[in-house]
Design a protein around this ligand. Structure first.
Ligand code: MSP
Length: 643
């Protein structure tokens, strides 16, 4: 989009490892960036949206070896597949950076050399462990049962003893703390900010930034026997791609990035090491690092190593087939589900059932119905032409799209909040049809009929524009049916006025965009699912099946090797039990001892990380995923029932 003076917006995704193909976790971050990019374009900003591939390191080298290929050939093949897949999903990135490109080598070597010359990088002896899967260095004390301590990895590590180069991260501790204090939105959401703050406060050690025993990387210019540590150079992709050392004008325009989108697994690299590197290099820091949660299956992060991946292309095919729609619409259904279902920032369980329910309730029913009730009215009562409005309607079913509210939701990356705001408009338009009953107005020759139909058309058009960043293809098709030419995204958010579709426009109805599914008839979804998010109504008999009781925490301790879990011994008055609860991020064991808590006591026993869990602690989860356990406001005996 042309610069309209609205400003610039630079959004990045992580550059992904090429040892595997994308799954929906990767698609989630990339679609989030795509949605933001489309939104800022809609607002008239000059947008730079980039993604790419991280191609050096042991992981890529080992994967190439496993395929019997030379690393350059292997990474070329894989990078091409990643790019093709993203393009196939209609993602609108402006550049696709590969770390094997010359422009990236130049920036990496130059920054490394600068930091070395000024003493921020120095030679030292590294003795410790390396996890090729996460491309991370670990000290003996970090390991859990001799393996990589990352909860989602836990793979064997290898011993490394090399004379390497180190980056003086410790020298930037005060700077980082001060920056975090000054910029509470530097790391989002809040739970991640707190995590980073306490990590930095607990003390930073210098980090190893080169490898000697290993060759697939960018050579250090003044010591070509070594390559630059893959994470050190990967982070630099963000300045390479916006023109550092190659296009000054572009670099000045776009750097610093407005948002680095990542998931919580790579938070420290982005929110601790990267800002320190930039400070050392004399460059401004990104404005925000947003670390969203994980898509999980059966409570585990979706990842290649867990063998539980759902490929985006396969998912789109499955959705298209099940719903009887084409693939381009299938992409939008997936986009809609991913961002409506889970607040951005929290973890979510991927569920094909929920996806299909969302499809039916929100897209086929709410949105689809609105369109396919309105267009026949234009045809039946006004010869297929958008009528001139007549007598005013009452304000009782009037909800306007509050552009300001939508903007603030988007600016804080609250995608689900933004979608539910838009859905208020969809619901109010549907309600207006019921309240004014057009068939009655027609019988009575009431001039309000034209006003009603006109207002519905304008509302659908507004919905189309504001939804175009999330479901671009759907928006385009609805736009066409409204009789409009071009693309709703070209309309511009600021151009939304009372009349989007001019009176006299000839509508172009086709068959319903979203055929409704008979979900009862649907056979078990082909994609493995877990976790229900829709709330169905239950009767009191169902509730009575739950045995919820008050318990006292007798002792609490961490579960070895599981960052999130605490093992609680609890008393229900007449018996003692053990409960495993995923609250370690929010509660220290010592804070819980002696507390009265609320537990679901008749849940089947389960083994969690090898530990027996005999019940479930009840807690409330906010939109960031943070948990708060339920407690009592006056003393109640342990064992008391909650009714
Ligand atoms: N190459 C590094 C990143 C370097 S950036 C300078 C890397 N690559 S990765 O292929 O492992 O991608 C990690 C990212 O993929 C996560 O931060 C997240 O954006 C996305 N996701 C991978 N699995 C995911 C889920 N299960 N759920 C949500 N996002 C996930 O780390």
């Amino acid at each position: 989009m042309k610069n309209t003076g609205a400003g610039k917006f630079f959004v990045t995704t992580p550059i992904y490892y090429v040892n595997s193909l994308p799954h929906i976790g990767h698609a989630y971050t990339t679609i989030a960036a795509d949605t933001l990019a489309r939104f800022y374009r809609l607002m008239g900003h000059d947008v730079l949206f980039v993604t790419g591939t991280d191609e050096h390191g042991m992981k890529a080298e080992q994967a190439a070896k496993a395929e019997g290929m030379a690393p350059p050939n292997y990474v070329n093949k894989m990078a091409a597949s990643w790019k093709k897949l993203w393009l196939g999903m209609g993602l609108s990135f402006d550049d696709f950076i590969r770390t094997t490109e010359e422009r990236h080598k130049k920036v990496s070597q130059s920054v490394f050399e600068k930091l070395y010359k000024q003493g921020d990088i120095y030679k030292g002896m590294y003795e410790g462990w390396y996890c090729a899967s996460d491309e991370s260095f670990w000290l003996e004390a970090d390991l859990v049962e001799g393996c990589c301590p990352n909860e989602w990895c836990k793979r064997p590590v290898e011993r490394v003893k090399e004379e390497n180069y180190f980056f003086k991260l410790s020298a930037y501790q005060d700077f980082l703390l001060e920056h975090l204090r000054q910029r509470p939105d530097f790391v989002m959401p809040k739970v991640r900010y707190n995590e980073v703050f306490s990590f930095v406060k607990s003390g930073l050690r210098d980090v190893c930034v080169s490898r000697r025993t290993f060759k697939w990387g960018i050579p250090i210019p003044f010591d070509p026997d070594q390559v630059i540590y893959v994470w050190f150079e990967a982070l630099l992709n963000y300045i390479t791609v916006c023109g550092h050392l190659s296009d000054d004008k572009k670099f000045k325009q776009f750097w610093p990035a407005d948002v680095h989108l990542i998931a919580k697994d790579i938070l420290r690299f982005h929110a601790v090491i990267w800002p320190a590197m930039l400070k050392a290099a004399g460059l401004p820091l990104p404005k925000m690092i947003f670390a969203h949660g994980w898509w999980e299956m059966k409570g585990e992060k979706i990842s290649k190593s867990k063998g539980n991946v759902v490929g985006p292309a396969e998912l789109v095919d499955e959705v298209a087939k099940t719903c009887g729609i084409d693939k381009a619409l299938g992409v939008d259904v997936v986009r809609y589900y991913l961002f409506r279902e889970i607040p951005f920032g929290a973890d979510g369980n991927f569920s094909m059932d929920n996806l299909l329910q969302r499809y039916n309730a929100d897209l086929a029913n709410d949105l689809g119905n609105l369109l396919h009730r309105t267009l026949p009215m234009v045809e039946k009562y006004f010869g297929g032409v958008v009528p001139e409005p007549g007598a005013a309607l009452g304000a009782e079913t009037e909800v306007k799209v509050e552009v300001k509210e939508i903007l603030s939701r988007i600016q804080s990356l609250d995608f689900s909040g933004y979608l539910s705001t838009v859905w208020q408009l969809v619901s109010s338009a549907n309600k207006r049809i019921e309240v004014y009953a057009p068939w009655k107005l027609a019988k009575e020759n009431d001039p309000k009929l034209a006003t009603l139909v006109y207002s519905l058309i304008q509302d659908i058009a507004e919905v189309c524009i504001v939804l175009s960043p999330v479901i671009p293809e759907v928006s385009k098709r609805i736009w066409k049916e409204l009789g409009m030419d071009g693309d709703p995204s070209a309309f511009g958010l600021n151009a939304i006025k009372k009349e989007v579709v001019p009176t006299g426009t000839k509508t172009r109805r086709t068959k319903p965009i979203f055929p409704r599914l008979d979900l009862k008839k649907e056979t078990a979804p082909k994609i493995q699912t877990k976790g229900e998010h829709k709330v169905d109504l239950i009767d009191i008999a169902d509730f009575k099946k739950l045995n919820i009781q008050i318990a006292e925490v007798l002792s609490a301790e961490k579960v070895t090797g599981a960052d999130r879990l605490l093992k609680l011994k609890i008393s229900l008055g007449s018996e003692e039990r053990q409960v495993i609860a995923g609250i370690a991020q929010w509660y220290k064991p010592e804070d819980l001892v002696g507390k009265r808590i609320v537990v679901l006591a008749n849940l089947k026993d389960a083994k969690i990380r090898g530990e027996l869990s005999q019940g479930m602690l009840l807690a409330a989860q906010d939109e960031t995923g943070a948990l708060s356990i339920l407690t009592l406001d006056k003393p109640v005996n342990t064992g008391a029932k909650v009714a």
